[in-house]
Every structure is written in structure tokens, then in C-alpha cells.
Design a protein around this ligand. Structure first.
Ligand SMILES: Cc1ncc(COP(=O)(O)O)c(C=O)c1O
Length: 463
């Protein structure tokens, strides 16, 4: 999250009344400020920095406050509400469990747990034979790290080496931070895991990557192995990759991923994908890795896995998922009956209500529109990335290529003042990720607002 501070001084913004948006107060709403200030006083500041909107209600692709304002949501609360806010299937499923009532079971079994995992396994590719449920995404990536190392130990590796990527991000707990890049963010740990290695990310705008994506992988892996005297046969257990690099929705070239997976197979390593942002229909397929035509051994999911309550999932083969002993991989809140009911209803909504197809269909329209937008603002927009209902617009200075982070902060803030919530990344990107149930008319309306806002912020200058 960004260090940028959105203004907390109410601005007399023009009123907006359209089919999908309604802004009828100054923003931030003056009456909301005492609530925000109280929260800032009593809650860790690490939680703060978001746009100053207090959510009261959210439905479909709209977010409402308690003062009559309504925003069109292009964020899905950062890739969570894939099935739409307050999805009726999820609410009904939760009501059924609440009415029993059955709020918690710890590790005791429940019908909800069986029903969800059964449905999940039936609707995911055959290599995923077993699931492990958790609450947070960071727990899922930590779990993958453990599974890859347990597998390496079992197959006689002498070290627990894991290949990761520069610029990728996997969560905030210790192992997840070790696998993430951002050296500043993990400085608190005080040491680096000597068996976690980072390879350069194949940004598609690098000429070297464009010329020979597979060659880029081979060159860099060789450099790493030589520099650190690593024998992949004995020292490497796995590879962890974000399906696309989060801040910029940057996918890897297909040939690069194929070379990486072949390397992993040749040396008995497991391949884990962090599908936190990419999973559950976001990119127009059930899982984002499916764009690469590979078969990962381990999938780490969260966010859109429930569109609501805290649910993270690790999926893998029986052989891999049964590596930890009985009782050695569990968590108090995992497989909670409410969460499981939400998880099943969410997946049903995605599959039965055609939301994955919607993501693909509207995603094509979104990307066509964004390509036109990039051409119009070609001096400031260096590229548009993403697939399905996921996009990132990347802004760089026309003079020196400098990342235009402040411009993006301003665009996010100004969009909010006009009734549109986009994903604020704190970097030189604006991300777009509406709930997958968004109507075409609403998508067009949001894009019109975004385009006008980009134009206004560029004209104002000062970035
Ligand atoms: C790619 C990726 N991995 C892991 C995580 C961590 O998930 P959580 O915040 O649920 O722990 C996130 C969260 O933003 C993420 O985007």
C-alpha cells in the first residue's frame, strides 16, 4: 500500500447522478471524518492509507456509503468480490448455516466442509486431488513453501532451494516475505533465507525478453546457479511464481513459463503458482495459470475464492498434499462452516451464472477500449497489461520514462470524487478489476469516467 496521503479536507466536488453512480456530498464526507479519525487513533497505522470512503453497503458492482453516495466499483475490494458484492447465492448459503446455527467447528468435520471441498475438487483440473483450507493468502503461500521443501526432503534433496522472482509478492508473514522480492519490506526479518533465490522477472517490454523469452530464463538461471554454486538436482525443491506480477498485471511470456516448468520437471522440483489475484475467474479462465497451458503442482488461492469471508486454499495432488503428518498442518479457523458455505456458493455463482465467461467476454471489450486509451495518451501511458476483467494501465514520464506514481495517486483520488473506485497500487499503475457480474453499460460508464479523469489529471500537470 502506498505512502501517499489522500486529502482528508472535504472537497466541494460536482454532484453526480447517473444510473450507476451518485455523489451528493463533499468528499470525503464531512460527517465521516470523526469516524475515520477515531479509527486512526485506535488502530495500527499499518492498516491505513486507503481512499477515505466508509463503506455501508455493497451490492453487485456498486458500493454505498451512509450519506447517499454510490460508487461504481472497479476494484472488487482488491480482487475479492469476483462473484459480485453481496452475491445472493453466498448470502443465502450463509443464512442457512447461521440459522442452524453452526458458526464454528475447529477441526471437526461438517457437511458444509465436505460439500465445498467435494465441489471444488470436482470443478478443478484432475491434478488437484486434495485441498487444504486456510484463512489468509499468506498462509497459503507459506504452506506451498513447506510442501515444496517437504517434497524435496522426501526425494533426497540436500537443500531446500526455492526459485522465486524479482518484483513478485506473496504475502506478509515470514516465509511469504522471504519469497517476495521488495528487500525494504523484509528488512525487519534481519536475515535472508539462503535457499530462496530470486530470478529477474521477464518484463515483456525488455528487448532481450522479446527476442528470446526462453533464452532469457536459461541465461538467468545459469547465472544464478553459477554464482551461488547451486546444483539444481540436489539443491532446488521448487519454484513459486505469481501468475502475473501484481502491481502491473504483468504476465510472463508463454515460452518463458514453458522453459521454467521444463527446468523444474528436469530437476525434480515442484511448481507452485500464487493465484491469489488471478484465480476464480478474474482473467477470463477459472485460474490464471491456464493461459500458459502448463500444469502446476500446487495452487495457492485466496481473495476471490469466497468473494466474501476469509478463505485461502492450497490445491495439489494427494502425494504432495499428504506430505505433512496428520494434525501437523491445520489452523483454528480453517474450514469454518460459514466460510465453506460461502466458498461453495461462490464457485457455483462463477460456474452456473456464467461469470467466468462474462469476465472473458467483457474483458475483451475492456482491453480493446484500453488499447484505444493508451494510443490517445501515448505520451504518458507506456503500456496496458492484463487479461479478462483485469487490467493495469502503466504510466511513465514522456520526458525520461520516470514512473508517474503521483499522477496515479491523483487519478485514483479524482476517480473516487467522481463516483468510481479503481485499485490504487501506490506505484505507476492504475488497476481495474470490477466484479465479474458487471454490466456492459456500467463498464462503459466507468471507462468514460476514467478516461476523462486521466485527461484532466495530465492537463493539470505537476506530476
Ligand atoms: C499475489 C498475492 N499473494 C499473496 C497475497 C497475500 O494474501 P493475504 O493478504 O490474504 O494474506 C496477496 C494479497 O494481496 C497477493 O496479492
Amino acid at each position: 500500500m502506498a505512502s501517499y496521503s489522500f486529502t482528508h479536507k472535504p472537497q466541494a466536488v460536482p454532484h453526480v447522478k447517473t444510473k450507476f453512480r451518485r455523489i451528493v456530498t463533499p468528499l470525503p464526507v464531512p460527517e465521516s471524518l470523526p469516524l475515520l479519525e477515531r479509527l486512526y487513533a485506535i488502530e495500527s497505522r499499518s492498516m491505513h492509507g486507503q481512499l477515505p470512503v466508509i463503506w455501508d453497503r455493497a451490492e453487485g458492482f456498486q458500493v454505498f456509503d451512509a450519506w447517499g453516495n454510490c460508487w461504481l466499483d472497479f476494484s472488487s475490494t482488491i480482487f475479492v468480490a469476483n462473484a459480485g458484492h453481496g452475491n445472493h447465492r453466498i448470502i443465502e448459503a450463509l443464512r442457512r448455516v447461521m440459522n442452524k446455527p453452526l458458526l464454528h467447528t475447529y477441526t471437526y468435520a461438517s457437511q458444509e466442509r465436505l460439500d465445498f471441498i467435494d465441489y471444488l475438487i470436482q470443478h478443478t483440473p484432475p491434478q488437484y486431488e486434495k485441498a487444504f483450507l486456510l484463512s489468509a493468502g499468506t498462509e497459503a503461500t507459506e504452506c506451498a513453501l513447506k510442501l515444496m521443501r517437504l517434497h524435496g526432503g522426501k526425494t533426497g534433496k540436500r537443500r531446500g532451494g526455492i526459485l522465486c522472482f524479482e518484483g513478485n509478492w506473496h504475502g506478509r508473514t515470514l516465509g511469504a516475505q522471504m519469497m517476495s522480492w521488495n528487500p525494504m519490506q523484509k528488512a525487519w526479518i534481519g536475515y535472508l533465507d539462503p535457499d530462496i533465490h530470486h530470478l529477474p522477472f521477464p518484463y515483456p517490454w525488455r528487448a532481450e525478453v522479446q527476442d528470446d523469452p526462453a533464452g532469457y530464463f536459461h541465461k538467468n538461471v545459469k547465472l544464478l546457479l553459477d554464482q551461488k554454486r547451486i546444483d539444481p538436482e540436489q539443491d532446488l525443491c521448487g519454484v513459486m511464481l505469481e501468475t502475473f506480477q501484481g502491481w502491473g498485471a504483468v504476465f510472463y511470456p508463454n515460452e518463458f513459463v514453458h522453459a521454467l516448468v521444463k527446468f523444474a520437471r528436469d530437476y525434480g522440483m515442484l511448481v507452485a503458482f500464487d493465484e491469489m489475484q488471478a484465480g476464480f475467474g478474474r482473467t477470463g479462465k477459472l485460474f490464471g495459470y491456464m493461459h500458459y497451458d502448463v500444469e502446476p503442482d500446487i495452487l495457492c488461492c485466496g481473495k476471490g475464492a469466497s468473494s466474501s469471508l476469509p478463505l485461502a486454499i492450497v490445491l495439489g495432488s494427494q502425494k504432495v498434499m499428504d506430505l505433512p503428518d496428520s494434525g501437523s498442518m491445520s489452523s483454528t479457523h480453517s474450514a469454518n462452516p460459514m466460510v465453506c458455505a460461502a466458498g461453495k456458493a461462490n464457485l457455483e455463482a462463477l460456474i452456473k451464472d456464467g461469470l467466468i465467461e462474462n469476465s472473458d467476454r467483457l474483458g475483451r471489450i475492456l482491453h480493446d477500449d484500453l488499447r484505444r486509451l493508451a494510443a490517445e495518451f501515448s505520451h504518458h501511458i507506456s503500456s496496458v497489461q492484463g487479461r479478462g476483467l483485469l487490467a493495469a494501465i502503466l504510466f511513465n514520464s514522456p520526458r525520461d520514462g520516470r514512473p508517474l506514481t503521483t499522477l496515479c495517486d491523483r487519478i485514483a483520488e479524482r476517480c473516487m470524487q467522481r463516483g468510481l473506485l479503481v485499485v490504487h497500487t501506490g506505484r505507476e499503475s492504475i488497476k481495474i478489476a470490477p466484479p465479474l457480474c458487471i454490466a456492459l453499460e456500467a463498464l462503459h460508464e466507468g471507462l468514460t469516467v476514467l478516461k476523462q479523469t486521466i485527461r484532466d489529471c495530465i492537463v493539470e500537470g505537476g506530476h
